[in-house]
Design a binder for this molecule. Structure first.
Ligand code: ZN
Length: 161
């Protein structure tokens, strides 16, 4: 009998189109959390480019004037540290861990390369962007304009969610 590796059951986690995008390695674009950030920045007068393929990791939002890029990351796929959305499914544990490891490494490589090229990188995790209303992003404009950290992650595991 032919032995086949069982495919992970992702149906309960993501919808079909998201699933096929993920498995083919294509990043999801224009997600609701991402749209929330875009609308917020636009309303604040920021001008940006979207999904810039010439940059490492195709950042979701690029603000050339501030040499800053923003990634809006899904907590599950990109492994938000300490986040409850960043769980590991009970079946096919090894396969998931390998996949997650790959994602983490790819993100790290991209971040390093961007910083090396002079970009500041802001990572916004989806769990912070679930609520409607934009008050949770009130810190962002001044971070873009005046911040000097090369890498900012929000929310980070030490913050309350
Ligand atoms: Zn999270």
């Amino acid at each position: 009998m032919e032995t086949r590796q069982r495919l992970p059951r992702m149906t309960d986690i993501v919808d079909k189109s998201t699933r096929s995008r993920m498995m083919s390695g294509i990043k999801s674009k224009d997600t609701q959390p991402e749209m929330r950030v875009r609308r917020f920045l636009h309303a604040k007068g920021f001008r940006y480019r979207l999904h810039v393929r010439e940059l490492h990791g195709t950042p979701d939002i690029c603000l050339p004037k501030y040499q800053t890029v923003i990634f809006v990351q899904g907590c599950f796929w990109h492994r938000h540290k300490g986040c409850r959305l960043s769980y590991t499914p009970a079946s096919n544990v090894k396969m998931w861990q390998a996949k997650f490891k790959q994602n983490i490494q790819r993100d790290r490589t991209n971040t390093r390369a961007l910083i090396k090229e002079g970009w500041r990188v802001i990572v916004l995790w989806e769990c912070g962007l679930r609520k409607s209303g934009e008050s949770q992003l009130a810190w962002l404009p001044s971070e873009i304009q005046y911040g000097n950290s090369k890498l900012v992650e929000w929310p980070c595991e030490t913050q309350e969610k």
